[in-house]
Design a protein around this ligand. Structure first.
Ligand code: KG4
Ligand code: ZN
Length: 351
């Protein structure tokens, strides 16, 4: 039995259109309570996120979500050791709601405020399952993992060598993969959020129906999606391919491309654990293709449970809490600024 005292962190997420609160015990990596509210209804009529509406909704719903997380956990503010909130990257007016709420709670209880990077949250999210072979390999045996970060804003291959030691191997030259799903979903007139709705339509189509380009990117590990997006959009405009066939073909092309790059990066680095994180990692076709590439490379593959792939506050509580417990820099407390852009490499500690 471990004699380590529990470390309860309250996490808040408000960087885009999901408002979330969660309580995580850092040493056991257990999520004790979490509540999330998506703002699909608020933004549906506009076909995208309206920053002012997002920030109003965050402000309106954060208090009840925090209360819900506490009631699930059977804890109160008196039990919390630190408050973490996303301070970037994201929409400034949206970030301000979670960060200000978090700072207020921290100041009221005289607790540390952990200014947390949203991308680092995604990067460390696969460790959050209570007992995963990955967590043991990384946290106990100090084995690195290769992270494929696939979100609405990022498509990156990152070697996670340690907490606070991230090496960028490849990135997208243009659109992020999630953006590609969203734009083609919108061109197909699918309702917002069009990316996940495109994924729902795809199983009804033929993945071989439409031959789409597979852009190579500038280097072996870089990505490029704008040509693929344009080709898919032109097919939609032409109207000779059914929406389900476009969806299936796009999903298949992207899954093959991501799996190919991941396999090559595993071979190049000699890293034996791979992880997919971010909203697009919720896509089951992509997960299956990545799993297959890893099996072929003799490597393990981990993707967080679906609810932890998309934006959530548990990953924020965990990333902030883990950095804090390891003595790594965690922002500037109550003076922590908000960063609309905040690359993961900024979280690297000089060793
Ligand atoms: O990580 P995330 O929740 O937010 C950030 O961008 O940080 O990712 C959102 C992205 C959106 O582009 C959304 O369309 C995409 O993830 N996404 C999906 C699926 N679920 C979410 N894309 C393809 N298939 C899905 N099942
Ligand atoms: Zn995200």
């Amino acid at each position: 039995m471990s004699t380590v005292k529990p470390c309860y962190v309250l996490g808040l997420e408000s960087s885009a259109d999901d408002t979330a609160a969660a309580i995580v015990e850092i040493h056991s990596r257990r999520i004790l309570g979490q509540a999330i509210r998506t703002q699909m209804a608020e933004h549906a009529a506009y076909g995208g996120i309206v920053p002012e509406l997002a920030s109003r909704a965050h402000q309106a719903h954060l208090p009840a979500l925090v209360q819900e997380a506490f009631s699930q956990a059977g804890l109160s503010m008196a039990d919390i050791h630190a408050v973490a909130a996303t301070t970037g990257p994201g929409l400034t007016t949206a970030l301000a709601m979670g960060a200000t709420f978090g700072k207020t709670l921290a100041v009221a209880r005289n607790l540390p405020f952990l200014a947390t990077n949203h991308i680092e949250g995604h990067a460390l999210s696969p460790l959050l399952a209570e007992s995963t072979p990955l967590a043991e390999a990384f946290l106990e045996r100090h084995e690195p993992y290769l992270l494929l970060l696939i979100t609405g804003g990022h498509t990156q291959l990152i070697a996670v060598r340690d907490v606070g030691a991230y090496e960028l191997l490849g990135t997208t030259a243009d659109d992020a993969v999630g953006e590609c799903f969203d734009k083609i979903g919108a061109a197909l007139n699918l309702p917002h959020p069009s990316g996940p709705n495109l994924a729902k339509l795809a199983p009804q189509g033929n993945p071989q129906a439409l031959a789409l380009p597979s852009p190579k990117g500038a280097t072996a590990f870089d990505f490029s999606f704008s040509g693929l997006k344009t080709a898919a959009r032109q097919a939609v405009e032409k109207g000779s391919t059914s929406p389900a066939d476009v969806a299936a073909s796009l999903e298949h092309t992207i899954a093959t491309l991501l799996a190919d790059k991941l396999g090559k990066a595993l071979a190049h680095t000699g890293i034996t654990h791979a992880v997919a994180a971010g909203g697009v990692a919720a896509n089951t076709t992509i997960r299956a293709a990545l799993q297959q590439a890893c099996t072929q490379s003799g490597c393990s593959f981990t993707a967080p449970p679906l609810a932890l792939c998309t934006d959530n506050a548990a990953m924020i509580a965990y990333a902030g809490g883990l950095r804090w417990q390891k003595g790594l820099p965690v922002g500037e407390g109550l003076a922590a600024p908000l960063f609309p852009r905040w690359p993961l490499s900024d979280m690297n500690s000089v060793r």
